[in-house]
Design a protein. Sequence first.
Length: 326
Amino acid sequence: MLTDSWQLGPLTVPNRVVLAPLAGIGTWFVRLQAKRHGAGLATSEMVSSFAIHYRNEKTITELLRVHPDERTVSDAPTSLQLFGQDPEIMKSAAAYVREHVEGVDVIDLNMGCPVPKVCKTGAGAALLKDHDTAVKVARAAAEGSGLPVTVKLRSGQRPGETDGYELAKRLVEEAGVAAIAFHPRSAQVHHKGTPDYALAARLVEELPAPVMLSGGLHDAERARRAYELTGAAAIMLARGSLGNPWLFQQLLGLRDDEPTTAEILRELEWLMDRAVEHLGPERGGRWLRKAYPWYVDRLGGGKALQAAMQQAATVEQARETLYAAV
Ligand SMILES: Cc1cc2nc3c(=O)[nH]c(=O)nc-3n(C[C@H](O)[C@H](O)[C@H](O)COP(=O)(O)O)c2cc1C
């Protein structure tokens, strides 16, 4: 059952519906939102191990921010996703997190990011072809942080390749990785196409550690089917949860119906307030431009309303534009 707890190393995860890492999105307030709606574990956006090692200010003060409410809202753990290909730098970044960031329970490592800027340094999906380094990086993250380490990876770099599947086994056996988050699409297709759930099912069968499934979990029906098909320990919501935190509740049997207009507006208001709290009115307003379409879509609003909100000079003006239209 999706509502059953499971073990991630020494941690008990209270249920099997978790939030995926989402770059530029998975701030403390998006994680908190997911947890408010029931998520059993919430992962941060990816953070550069080099940026932590060299104490990049924005990285330290913004990306590494964990809000105290993330702890009190539920007993769901918080996972911080790091990326990087240098074991020493990874160890140093993980040690910084252990010493200076309260509220991180798990370190997740990104070995699936297809973005050229990341891959050309040898990080992200490049590690799918460099298993020795990948194992060293995972060991270093565990040594530095003293926390359970998970790795999120893809099936391979190109369609048909299964390097990720092979690497997952080495990571568990040789680096003691506590769980694998598996996105069974190749890096080359980015987020398009049908995930290879049969390959995920094989990994679940063979891996002596839990597998969290990622990919194509865009609504409750598809997510339930993929969960059953693969036998994964947990399912990881990504794009399906954007502007739709109620998907966590639906999958956990906490509600069947779709959110009302009032609920959607309340949730968007909550997000607007949190974005401003985190980044201030100006940068918060810019952050929110990506989020408006998710909620306006749910409200049945069209592209014109989305664009008007995105073009608003202030968050207040975006709010007025919204209320004038709904
Ligand atoms: C905007 C966006 C940002 C993402 N950022 C990350 C990231 O930082 N780290 C990561 O491992 N995966 C990242 N992913 C991949 C997702 O976690 C997930 O594996 C992928 O979207 C497939 O799931 P879906 O088809 O249910 O959306 C990102 C995906 C999207 C769409």
